[in-house]
Each structure stands twice: as structure tokens, then as C-alpha cells.
Write a protein that binds this ligand. Structure first.
Ligand code: HXC
Length: 502
């Protein structure tokens, strides 16, 4: 028993520590509540026979599995043990993972996978690949039923990356996590391109550029604290609601809307401060903070209950919607909808980003994801328009046309097909061109357009806005909307499944 608990032995453990990594069991014990971890299948042995594998003992077959609690919430967990054959995935290793995933589905608890592995165990050939297939199938079946969390604490290469990609939240740690389909060596031999592991698929790359990671930490310990924090916001499964907390008033001294929101409509501000000005205790857990910062997503609580915020960020690219922002928001909206979390949308954006790059990158397809996600979401949907709500973006950011339950607008809201400058140039092109003083005429026409359309009252006159509210009434209106939406019941048309644009 003691031998099995030693994993790959002293030397391998030393090597693991030398690169700043904890062992698999240390990781589990750090993450779970003290004394709550119960390990299973410690004595499972690998089934490899070729290349003298039948003579080797691989303790636990390189993966530790079990159940425990995080902040009192039950979880199923596995951690690959790099000290045993590089955490490589053989058939029995995969079966241990599948067994704990099946438990999670039966017991309706979240599943956490800690990845630290050299990938498919080369000596086991197709049986290792079969193991991955079994895991991917379970990831897909569990999607939207139980929260699935992947923690990348070492290499995660080749097809192995597709299990995390199928899960809901991916956590990475600087200088420790590596994820790629093919490593630097293969890239060099096939394409002649040279790049380091870190620059190809390090934690920062996935947190900032690819968007594959949702949480970035400087250390394993910080990563575990982030996971614990996430757990306080999400339910155990799709047939439950997240655990309620005591209501805390926001800190409106630090987050005072009149100090955050600029009088000049052309000036940027940090939308996260507006979120904190209305959320319980001014708390906000941001997700994918470093990726597509022009849209902000994350969890907060209102009246003690978890809500998901989706908000344009005027401080980054004026909060414009582009391919990455649409992708980021759409997936989060679907998570909230799957797990009974109401969605609050804060809108201030000039529309979808124009440009050749965006068009060629598929802004039509990616942009459609956000429309799809909001339209099919049946949880309570509350939208507040703070300032700009132009063009397709007005529709996309959970407008009443996509069946938002409540849409509120501040008096500063500007709801129109496009911004006054662009609109005047198109509609009044002839007047401007033929004017003796084109600059003056342009300015007059911009003002005329702004007065007529850049306000909330035209939309309100058609009933597209439910109420024009003062900024300092926002929390009160949103709380009331959440309160009266508690019993919301909406059924989408009966179908096998829809075809979202992915
Ligand atoms: C069997 C493996 C292994 C693997 C590592 N080991 N990867 N054994 N199968 N895939 C073993 C090593 O032989 C070594 O054993 C021990 O684990 C530690 O590995 P090191 O190389 O000493 O560690 P390190 O220097 O830190 O390098 C880590 C590494 C490297 C970068 C991950 O091991 C590596 O490149 N491994 C191969 C990666 C790979 O190509 N995997 C297949 C991907 S394809 P000893 O006995 O010496 O301690 C794939 C397809 C999945 O996964 C498809 C699913 C659809």
C-alpha cells in the first residue's frame, strides 16, 4: 500500500519538484477540504504487454482518482501522476478516469481533471487511443449536465488536449502548463518553424491569445484558490441551483456610478466597476480576463443568488463585438443557461467590428453564436443599455427581440442603426457634398441624427425598452426583475437539438 502511494518513487518525485510541480496526491489534498479525499482504484494495474511492459509495475497506472468536497460541495476528481510513466494514458489509466466520470454523472457532482501527462502511452498503441475516445465521449455526454473542470498542471499534448477543450472551465498556471496538438519538434520538421514550448502553448498563450484557458494563475496554490472561488458560484449539476449566500450590499463608496461613468459619451470607462457597483459585496469573479477583453464575462451574486454578467468593455476597443468576443460570450451564456444561472447583460458597444480581417476570420459565423446563445437561453435574461447600442450589436446584446425578459436603459443610451457620425455620412452624403461648407453641414447633420435617434426614447416608444432608469436605480431594478423572474418557465420548440453556428 505504502509503495503504491509513492507513485513513481523518490527520484521521479524529486524531478517533479525540481520543476516547481506538486505530486498528484499533493494537488488533490491542497484543493479538497481537509480530510475529505477518499481514493479509489489504487491497486488497478496497467494492461500493457508489449515492449516488456508486462514486467513493469505502474502504481495506480499513473492516475489518482477519488471523491471529496470543496467548500463542502461534493466533487469527483482525478489527477494524472507524471511520476509514473510520465502520466501517460494507457487503457486502464483511461478506465479509471472513465469510472470516476461515470460516478460524477450518477452522483450529479462536478468532475475535476488535473492533467499532467505525456499523452497516449506509446507502448499501448491503439488501446491508449481508445482510452481517449472513451473519455471524450463521456465529456460530451456530461456537457451541460455536470460542471466539468480541467486543470492543466504539466504537459497536455496531442489529442489529449481535446478532453479539456470539451470541458467548461480550463485552469492554467504560468510556466507549468503546456497545451498543443503538435509540439515544437513536429512543427519544426513539418513546417520549418521554430518556437519554444512556452511560446507555442504556454499558460499565457492560452489565457491571452487562443482563449483555450479561462483562468490564469502564477502558482498551483493560486490556481486551487481560483477553483474554490468558482465553486461558490456554480451548482453541482443542471438539476440544481447554485447555493445561495447571504446578501451583501455593494460598496457604493468605492464603486460610485457617477464617478465611474463619464459625462462625455466618447470617453471610455471600466465596465467591471459598473458590475461591482451593483453586485452583492461588489464581488465579481471574472472569467477569461485576458482573452478578448472587449467583452467581460463572469459570475457575481445579486440578493445572494449567482448571476452571470455579460458586459461590453468600453475600455478595450470601445467594447466592439468581434469574432473572439462573440465566441467568449456565447459559450458563457450557454453555461449559464445549462446551469440555471440568470444572465445580466450590460450594453455599451458600437456594433460588430468592420474590416477585412474580421470578415475573413468569419465574423458572420462567430457573431451568430451570440445571437443563437441568447435566443435559446431560457433562464431569466435582464439587459441594461448604458450608452451605445448600435446596429447588429443592439440586437445581439440580449435585446427584447431575442426575448430578454426585461430591458432597461439609462437616459444616456443611444439606440440606432449606427453611430451619428457614420449615419450622417451615409444618409446626408448628398447634402454634405453639395454644401458650401461641408464640415459645418456634416456637423449639423450629425447633431440632427444624434438628437433624433441617439437616445432611449424612440426604442421605448415602441416598447423595445421596458423602462428608462437612472443609473443609481440599476441594482434596484435588476433585483426586482430577478425576483419576479424566479418562476420563469419557457419551453423552446421540441427538437433533437439545434444547429448553433459552430
Ligand atoms: C509512454 C511516456 C510518454 C508516453 C513520457 N513518457 N511520455 N511513456 N508514453 N507518451 C515517459 C518517459 O519515457 C519517461 O519514462 C517518463 O515518462 C518521463 O518523461 P521524460 O521525457 O523524462 O520527461 P520530460 O523530460 O519532462 O518530458 C516530458 C514530455 C516528453 C515533453 C511530455 O516525455 C514527451 O515528449 N513525451 C512524448 C509526448 C508524445 O509525443 N505523446 C504522444 C502524443 S500523441 P522513464 O521510464 O524514462 O522515466 C497523443 C495522441 C492522443 O497523445 C490522441 C487522442 C485522440
Amino acid at each position: 500500500m505504502q509503495e503504491a502511494l509513492q507513485g513513481g518513487g523518490e527520484k521521479a518525485i524529486e524531478k517533479q519538484k525540481a520543476v516547481g510541480k506538486m505530486t498528484a496526491r499533493e494537488r488533490i489534498l491542497s484543493l479538497l477540504d481537509d480530510g475529505s479525499f477518499h481514493e479509489y482504484d489504487l491497486f488497478v494495474q496497467h494492461s500493457g504487454k508489449d515492449f516488456d511492459m508486462d514486467k513493469k509495475i505502474l502504481p495506480g497506472d499513473g492516475v489518482v482518482t477519488g471523491t471529496g468536497t470543496i467548500c463542502g460541495y461534493p466533487v469527483c476528481i482525478y489527477a494524472q501522476d507524471f511520476t509514473v510513466a510520465g502520466g501517460s494514458l494507457g487503457y486502464m489509466h483511461a478506465q479509471k478516469i472513465c469510472k470516476i466520470m461515470d460516478h460524477a454523472m450518477k452522483l450529479k457532482t462536478p468532475i475535476i481533471g488535473i492533467n499532467d501527462s505525456g499523452g497516449a502511452r506509446i507502448q499501448e498503441g491503439v488501446n491508449a487511443l481508445a482510452g481517449y475516445g472513451d473519455i471524450f465521449y463521456r465529456n460530451t455526454m456530461a456537457s451541460g449536465v455536470i460542471p466539468q473542470i480541467s486543470v492543466i498542471l504539466g504537459p497536455c499534448a496531442g489529442g489529449a488536449v481535446y478532453s479539456p477543450a470539451l470541458t467548461d472551465f480550463v485552469f492554467v498556471v504560468d510556466k507549468i502548463s503546456n497545451m498543443f496538438i503538435t509540439g515544437p519538434d513536429v512543427i519544426k520538421s513539418v513546417l520549418g518553424e521554430e518556437i519554444s514550448k512556452e511560446d507555442l502553448g504556454g499558460a499565457r498563450v492560452h489565457a491571452e491569445i487562443s482563449g483555450n484557458a479561462h483562468f490564469f494563475a502564477e502558482s498551483e496554490q493560486e490556481c486551487f484558490e481560483q477553483i474554490k472561488s468558482l465553486f461558490t458560484y456554480i451548482p453541482w449539476s443542471n438539476n440544481k441551483k447554485a447555493e445561495p449566500f447571504e446578501t451583501k450590499k455593494p460598496d457604493t463608496k468605492t464603486y460610485k456610478i457617477s464617478s465611474i461613468f463619464p459625462a462625455d459619451p466618447a470617453k471610455p470607462y471600466d465596465i467591471r466597476h459598473i458590475i461591482r457597483s451593483i453586485s452583492d459585496g461588489s464581488e465579481f469573479l471574472e472569467i477569461q480576463e485576458l482573452f478578448a477583453p472587449n467583452i467581460v464575462i463572469g459570475f457575481a451574486r445579486m440578493n445572494g443568488e449567482t448571476v452571470g454578467f455579460v458586459a461590453n468593455q468600453p475600455a478595450a476597443m470601445a467594447g466592439v463585438l468581434d469574432c473572439d468576443a462573440s465566441d467568449k460570450a456565447a459559450r458563457f451564456i450557454r453555461f449559464c443557461d445549462a446551469f440555471n444561472i440568470p444572465i445580466i447583460t450590460l450594453e455599451d458597444m458600437p456594433g460588430y467590428l468592420p474590416g477585412i480581417n474580421q470578415e475573413h476570420a468569419g465574423v458572420i459565423r462567430h457573431g451568430a453564436k451570440i445571437l443563437y446563445a441568447y435566443s435559446e437561453a431560457t433562464v431569466p435574461k435582464i439587459t441594461v443599455i448604458l450608452r451605445k447600442a448600435y446596429g447588429g450589436g443592439y440586437i445581439a446584446m440580449c435585446s427584447s427581440h431575442l426575448k430578454a425578459d426585461f430591458v432597461f436603459a439609462w437616459p444616456t443610451a443611444e439606440i440606432a442603426v449606427m453611430g451619428p457620425e457614420g449615419a450622417a455620412n451615409v444618409v446626408f452624403r448628398k447634402d454634405i457634398k453639395e454644401s458650401d461648407n461641408p464640415d459645418k453641414t456634416r456637423k449639423e447633420k450629425i447633431d440632427e441624427y444624434r438628437k433624433k435617434f441617439a437616445n432611449p426614447y424612440v426604442a421605448a416608444s415602441y416598447g423595445y425598452i421596458d423602462a428608462v432608469i437612472q443609473p443609481n436605480e440599476t441594482r434596484q431594478y435588476v433585483l426586482h426583475a430577478l425576483d419576479v423572474s424566479k418562476n420563469k418557465q419557457v419551453q423552446n420548440p421540441d427538437k433533437k437539438h439545434g444547429l448553433p453556428p459552430f
